[in-house]
Design a protein around this ligand. Structure first.
Ligand code: SAM
Ligand code: SF4
Length: 495
């Protein structure tokens, strides 16, 4: 078995699928240049900062010098201005919509040894488990049929027993489950994937399943630090194989990709610059930037010292800053704020430009069907800080003026990649999204919400319908037709 695993590991990395993207043998992350850019962009008077903010408001990606200038701002009043503009940028591109999803951990088998992760192979305290297709169906039935999620992110360790065929069959099992709900039915309509980097050929297999976003976090963009926390001799130890995961994805036709950095492994300003360089590289090579950027902070994991002791841990104050600058630097992208953050923190950070949150999250393998409210460290990658229900999250959002969108129409209508980039930049995707947000919110309220959440939701729905009447008169009659049909129990209508 060990020999099989070693053989499998030895064939994962395809050097030609790295080398072909290098320019003059070099990758697009030049660490000394980034450090220098951060060191030299210290002339950040109000006039320069405001000129940069105008660019963000015009939904243009910032240049590295400009992002470095924002990261170096020292004046609190200027940071307040930057935060306000970050909120405006989000409003301009995504209006008051927030998308919700849940993570589904399918397996914690892993051949890698990332020093911050509870699933790493040297963690002998971890209880290993891989879900069977029957168990995946049961998890999905809770997520789609009881809680009411429409979107999942499925998460995997890297292991021969959970290779691409397993991931593909997992997606198929999830997408085929349909569960009776109060009025209509519950169903997962979009399945995003967070998994190890794979080859172009493997990505083509995932494309056939109808995968949503393919997410791979670089963890740290700093090559030396990367090598320190990802031991050599493991697949993940190869920085470049990971760095070019999204290039391969684009080439395989999976053009909806999610970037991320694990904040707390290295200097937070450097990581923001890394994310920006990555977005710029994808834009210049493929004409398509990242659909989402994630910015998880390291959380404690069982029997995993680095998860508590990293000297680069990011303070709450700096977390606010990094979220603000990501929003301003890559204005069109979706931004994912996860349940790693506690409820109070999420409430504070959300208005800085986030577009997606998870809710009702359980990250133990099999934890939804087990109905375990308590977190079990030896089955989890790390501990979550916000385990509140989707119902509570939706209610809190509604009370703060946000509408929860359960829309998954975009990618089902082919609005991905270049198409969505153009629509987002000119604000047009918002038209479809607004209509679909109201229709899917109506579905969810009728199928899953508690009476007190329904009450909060009706106020938002009434406001949105009035806005559609005033601002989108051409769509209004068709919208009303779909809305009334949805109220009568019809499901999955969208523009
Ligand atoms: N195993 C795949 C990989 O490493 O690419 C899938 C991702 S892993 C299951 C999901 C993400 O969780 C990782 O990319 C990492 O950023 C994050 N993560 C790992 N350990 C963490 C911790 N202690 N706290 C917070 N996030 C963590
Ligand atoms: Fe495995 Fe991913 Fe955890 Fe690394 S982060 S040990 S690759 S599950």
């Amino acid at each position: 078995m060990m020999a099989d695993a070693n053989n499998w590991m030895a064939t994962r990395i395809k050097p030609d699928q790295i080398n072909k993207y290098l320019v003059g043998g070099k990758c697009f992350i030049d660490a000394p240049q980034i450090e220098n850019c951060l060191k030299t962009n210290t002339k950040n008077d109000a006039a320069r900062v405001r000129a940069i903010l105008e660019k963000s408001l015009a939904i243009q990606t910032l240049a590295p010098d400009e992002a470095a200038c924002l990261l170096n701002v020292a004046d609190d009043a200027l940071w307040e201005e930057m935060e306000a503009v970050a909120g405006k940028v989000k409003q301009k591109v995504y209006d008051n919509r927030i998308v919700t999803f849940a993570p589904l951990y399918c397996s914690n088998l892993c051949v890698n040894d990332c020093q911050y992760c509870g699933f790493r192979r040297s963690n002998s305290a971890a209880q290993r488990h891989k879900l069977t297709s029957d168990q995946i169906r049961k998890e999905t039935e809770v997520l789609a049929g009881v809680i009411g999620h429409k979107r999942l992110i499925v998460v995997f360790g890297e292991h021969p027993q959970t290779d691409t065929d397993y991931i593909a069959s997992t997606i198929e099992t999830i997408m085929s489950a349909k569960v009776q709900a109060r009025r209509g039915f519950g169903q997962i309509r979009r399945c995003n994937v967070n998994a190890a980097p794979i080859s172009i050929e493997d990505l083509q297999i995932l494309k056939k399943t109808g995968i949503g976003t393919f997410q791979v976090f670089q963890e740290t963009y700093h090559p030396e630090q990367y090598r320190l926390v990802h031991p050599a001799g493991t697949i993940k130890g190869d920085y470049l194989w990971r760095l070019y995961a999204m290039h391969r994805s684009m080439e395989a036709g999976v053009d909806d990709v999610g970037l991320g950095a694990l904040f707390g492994l290295y200097d937070w300003k450097f990581e923001v610059m890394g994310l920006l360089h990555h977005a710029l590289e994808l834009e210049s090579k493929f004409g398509i930037g990242p659909h989402t950027i994630s910015f998880p902070r390291i959380e404690p994991a069982d029997n995993t010292p680095l998860s508590n002791s990293s000297k680069y841990k990011v303070s709450d104050a700096n977390f606010r800053k990094l979220v603000t600058v990501i929003r301003l630097a890559v204005p069109y992208t979706g931004m994912i704020l996860t349940a790693r953050e506690n409820a109070a923190m999420r409430k504070q950070i959300l208005p800085l430009g986030c577009t997606q949150i998870d809710a009702s999250s359980r990250i133990g393998v099999g934890a939804y069907a087990d109905a375990l409210d308590e977190q079990q460290g030896n089955k989890q990658q790390f501990y979550l800080s916000d385990t509140r229900s989707l119902d509570t999250a939706v209610r809190e959002l509604a009370t703060a003026g946000f509408i929860t969108s359960f829309c998954t129409a975009g990618y089902r209508c082919g609005r991905t990649g270049k198409q969505i980039m153009n629509l987002l930049r000119c604000g047009k995707e918002g038209h479809f999204c607004k209509l679909n947000a109201v229709i899917t919110f109506r579905e969810w309220l009728d199928d899953f919400a508690s009476p007190i959440t329904i009450a909060a939701g009706e106020i938002i729905i009434a406001r949105e319908i009035e806005e559609i009447r005033q601002k989108l008169p051409d769509f209004y009659m068709q919208f009303l037709e779909y809305y009334e049909e949805t109220k009568a129990g019809k499901r999955d209508l969208y523009f």
